[in-house]
Ligand binder design. Structure first.
Ligand code: HEC
Length: 156
């Protein structure tokens, strides 16, 4: 599985190893993207943009990476990489960037990492569907959002 992934990624001209995208948040932070409207006060984007972080994680990640799932139901996703909360995302924001973000320095498409592209259709379920794949634009937005979010004040 790992070899096939590397070959596919190499064929696309992407980085073969997880690499910092070095995406930067525009200055001053335009607050276009948020985790949710409630978590990102002063968000200036559309509702979809202001709910971007949670929507992204819910769509692509939490069926394996959730604090509600014991090890046996995670399809191999490591413990303490739980993306069902904003805090969980921010605790490993740099890892998420390196696995999933597109930016000036790297195009990382390592996640979502099913087995042979298969993912669970429900949280903790068997690998019963083709993994939904973020678009290039979503991966780019993810990296910028994380870069902005790292510089914002939080009260976790
Ligand atoms: C099919 C289940 C599954 C899904 C869905 C999934 N992952 Fe993973 N994830 C894994 C597995 C298995 C590993 C450990 C093996 C590896 O690193 O390839 C992992 C590891 C990781 C790591 C840790 C890598 C490291 O070594 O530091 C990060 C970060 C991560 N995933 C992010 C994500 C993000 C972001 C998404 C959604 C876009 C996602 N994953 C979706 C299964 C999944």
């Amino acid at each position: 599985m790992r070899l096939a992934l590397v070959l596919i990624v190499a064929a696309c001209g992407a980085e073969a190893v997880p690499t910092d995208t070095q995406a930067v948040c525009p200055s001053p932070d335009p607050r276009t993207f948020g985790y949710t409207l409630a978590d990102t006060p002063g968000c200036t984007g559309t509702p979809a943009q202001c709910n971007f972080g949670k929507t992204f994680m819910d769509t692509y990640c939490i069926n394996c990476h959730s604090s509600a799932l014991p090890r046996s139901q995670r399809n191999g996703a490591p413990l303490y990489h739980d993306f069902d909360t904003f805090l969980g995302v921010m605790q490993v924001a740099n890892h998420i960037d390196q696995q999933t973000g597109f930016g000036p320095n790297a195009r990382n498409a390592f996640m979502p990492d099913g087995q042979n592209g298969r993912c669970p259709s429900v949280a903790g379920g068997p690998l019963d569907v083709d993994c939904p794949e973020p678009t290039a634009e979503e991966r780019t937005d993810l990296a910028v959002w994380l870069a902005c979010e790292r510089d914002r004040p939080h009260q976790f």
